[in-house]
Design a binder for this molecule. Structure first.
Ligand code: GH3
Ligand code: MG
Ligand code: MG
Ligand code: MG
Length: 297
């Protein structure tokens, strides 16, 4: 199913909003704003795929609106097309230098507006696809290690600023090499997918769940105390056990389990986000050494 893309139109004149709506509403979902202020609010709230922005508006004009959209991380990546009756090349140049994707002159020609909007929405789709390819693990659909590295850096800085704590769980499937040897790589892949689903179910609404590599996962839990994070770890372990994935070889008969290393830190400038991972990973190592299928802090 293809998702309908959305366009926010910001123009102080009702008639212009109506004309642009009529031109585009067959192809996209339209949102309207009659001032820069209202447009910025809607851009933050609804995250449109594209913004069409009038230049001449009372109070906040298109250039100031654009500057504010660019300044806010929540809206800075949304492409903006200026629409204006001003036919002065210095305005066009200013808009493009500010980062506008395009500049359309009034009077509006239906076909040209449609073609340009289509082009920019196509570019948005391609960018979203690239972002997905760069950040998502294809086997499990979880975030990948690259995404984890981005998020941990952001969350580390955020935690320093607001002096909150940050918890991390490193989760590794027990004896998985042997599992692959017994049941085959394809069955192993299915286990990875099912374990990933359990972790997502238990923690996706609480933080970032990522496949760090191989059969190792991480769960980053912003603003979680050790007690909160330990509860998440416990639910993840229980969830994996409850999958009841049979695992027997030679004289051993049981099911797939995981070991978890966890840590909670109050980030500060004298340590780095790597310390968080290293500590949790050390704890995972100790959990493995002391019998596996357990959580250590
Ligand atoms: P431990 O309990 O100490 O973690 O032992 P282990 O066997 O799980 O750990 P080890 O690091 O020795 O082996 C990890 C195994 O994970 C090896 C590899 O075959 C398997 N693995 C890694 N990535 C994948 C994958 O994408 N699919 C499958 N099926 N197996 C994978
Ligand atoms: Mg106007
Ligand atoms: Mg393992
Ligand atoms: Mg491992």
């Amino acid at each position: 199913m293809t998702e309908v893309q959305s366009v926010l139109v910001i123009d102080d004149e009702k008639i212009n909003l109506k004309i642009i709506s009529d031109i585009l509403s067959d192809e996209v979902s339209i949102m309207l704003a009659k001032s820069g202020e209202q447009g910025i609010r809607k851009a933050i709230e609804y995250k449109p795929d594209l913004i069409l922005l009038d230049v001449v508006m009372p109070e906040m004009d298109g250039f100031e609106t654009m500057a504010r959209l660019r300044h806010d991380v929540r809206t800075s990546a949304i492409p903006v097309i200026f629409i204006t009756a001003l036919n002065d090349s210095s305005h066009e140049e200013k808009a493009l230098l500010m980062g506008a994707s395009d500049y359309i002159q009034k009077p509006l020609h239906t076909n040209i507006v449609q073609a340009r909007v289509r082009l920019h929405l196509q570019l948005v789709k391609q960018r979203q696809m690239l972002e997905k390819l760069a950040n998502i693990d294809p086997l499990t659909s979880l975030a990948n290690r690259r995404k984890y590295q981005d998020v941990i850096e952001q969350e580390w800085q955020r935690a320093i600023t607001h002096q909150g704590c940050l918890s991390l769980l490193v989760i590794d499937i027990d004896n998985f090499k042997q599992y692959n040897d017994c049941y085959g790589h394809a069955t192993g892949d299915k286990v990875l997918q099912q374990v990933a689903m359990v972790l997502a179910k238990q923690a996706l609404d609480k933080g970032l769940v990522a496949r760090y590599g191989g059969e190792e996962f991480v769960i980053l839990l912003p603003d979680h105390t050790q007690e909160d994070a330990a509860e998440v770890a416990r639910l993840c372990m229980q969830g994996v056990e409850a999958l009841n994935l049979a695992y027997s070889h030679e004289d051993f008969s049981g099911k797939v389990t995981v070991s978890v290393g966890g840590t909670t830190k109050l980030p500060n400038l004298s340590c780095s986000s790597d310390d968080l991972f290293n500590t949790a990973d050390e704890m995972l190592g100790l959990a493995k050494k002391s019998g596996k299928n357990k959580i250590l802090w």
